[in-house]
Design a protein around this ligand. Structure first.
Ligand code: GMT
Length: 377
């Protein structure tokens, strides 16, 4: 099959899911064409069956903001036509689902057929998409796609709750390539971070408000007051400066390392003892799943789809969003006893195995086949 994947080129979230899916499909013999404004962070374009098409922007003095949707639509028309794409799979509805629908219409006027599959990821529904400016456009694009998936039951329900959507949405959960995440901890890295055998607590995100980095730091303070611990913060974004400030105010700087954006996330997770994800909202929590794949238990909020990933009392614990005291208590419970930590580690890995790429990828292949079969009728 020839598949076009439209995504954001980001280090986390939908960009990573789209890239890992494309790589998995290419390994199974499909030709996969990525279309984005920059090469996706985890994409290796030297792999067999992988192609990358960059959306070129046209700038003109009249435009205060260059119209990305139009540039993307034009690119999709071109790639579908000349690479003979069967399915366009767009990740994150805004604006990808709209551009794909427009491209599909343009192509149809030229007698060319392509199926459009949209995957809803999170803030395209729960935050940005809900804004009255975008809602009618997102609702329309979702209804027009040939197939729509959501990454959790929570996200599916939230889409029906907030959008004028009258079509079926399938849940296909996010996944991880366990081969990549079954890393042995690098002892020299562990020594560099925690030279006296301190517990290592980790958080990975894009440092947006919704991730509640303030809570990560407050929870870590509670942990560190109870036992020797270090905090690794991976990623970058708008809240980073405030987070650094809070560390100074709480006098935590000696025990907190900001690593910025990192590619080899599995190497950092493999030395970690606990992952914190106190997000305000989270449709799935891919970063938590990646931690579990490295046998790291998770203390998280109970927002959105997190209960579908993190299992209370088994792979970690879940608390209401602002419940700092609860998260501290749960973290200390996991970290203060080696045997308890070992049990949580085992359960975290067991849960991660359910989301292995080899189990989830066929669900997408099957969806593409069913969608194409329906189109042919
Ligand atoms: O908003 C973000 O954090 C990024 C966003 C994205 O689409 O890039 O992440 C969402 O999609 C991920 C992949 O499906 C999910 O694991 C995240 O839970 C989700 N983020 C939120 O819902 C906040």
């Amino acid at each position: 099959m020839n598949i076009g994947i439209v995504c954001y080129p980001t280090y986390g979230g939908s960009g990573v899911v789209a890239t890992e899916l494309g790589k998995g499909l290419a390994a199974r013999g499909h030709k996969v064409h990525f279309i984005s404004y920059t090469q996706p962070a985890r994409l290796d374009i030297f792999m067999e069956n992988i192609f990358y098409h960059e959306v070129a922007m046209v700038h003109y003095p009249l435009f205060e903001h260059s119209p990305y949707v139009l540039a993307l639509t034009g690119k999709l028309v071109d790639v579908v036509k000349y690479e003979k794409i069967d399915v366009l799979h767009v990740h994150y509805a805004i604006p990808h689902a709209t551009a794909a629908h427009l491209a599909q219409q343009i192509l149809a006027s030229q007698g060319i057929r392509v199926a459009v599959v949209t995957t809803l990821h999170g803030t395209d529904v729960t935050l940005v998409g809900k804004d009255p400016t975008y809602e009618p456009v997102v609702s329309y694009a979702i209804n027009q796609s040939d197939a729509v998936t959501a990454v959790s039951e929570f996200l599916k329900a939230d889409t029906y709750r907030h959008f004028h959507v009258n079509r079926e949405i399938e849940v296909i959960p996010n996944f991880i390539d366990l081969n990549r995440f079954s890393h042995k901890a690098k002892s020299h890295f562990k020594m560099a971070i925690a030279p006296n055998g301190e517990r290592i607590v980790t958080h990975v995100s894009n440092f947006r408000k919704v991730k509640r980095i303030d809570l990560v730091i407050q929870v870590f303070k509670g942990i560190r007051d109870a036992l020797p611990a270090k905090l690794i913060l991976v990623g970058d974004g708008p809240e980073r400066q405030k987070a650094e400030q809070l560390c100074r105010e709480l006098q935590l700087c000696d025990d907190v390392r900001f690593l910025g954006k990192q590619e080899a996330i599995e190497e950092i997770l493999s030395v970690s003892d606990l992952f914190l994800m106190p997000s305000e909202t989270e449709s799935f929590g891919l970063a938590a799943l990646e931690a579990m794949a490295c046998q790291v238990p998770v203390v998280s909020s109970n927002a959105g789809g997190l209960p579908e990933v993190n299992i209370e009392g088994q792979t970690g614990f879940l608390s209401p969003v602002d419940d700092v005291a609860g998260m501290i208590k749960n973290s200390i419970h996991i970290l203060s006893d080696d045997e308890v930590l070992r049990q949580f580690r085992d359960e975290a890995l067991r849960q991660a195995l359910r989301f292995d790429l080899v189990n989830i990828l066929p669900l997408y292949e099957n969806l593409y086949e069913r969608t194409l079969a329906l189109q042919a009728v």
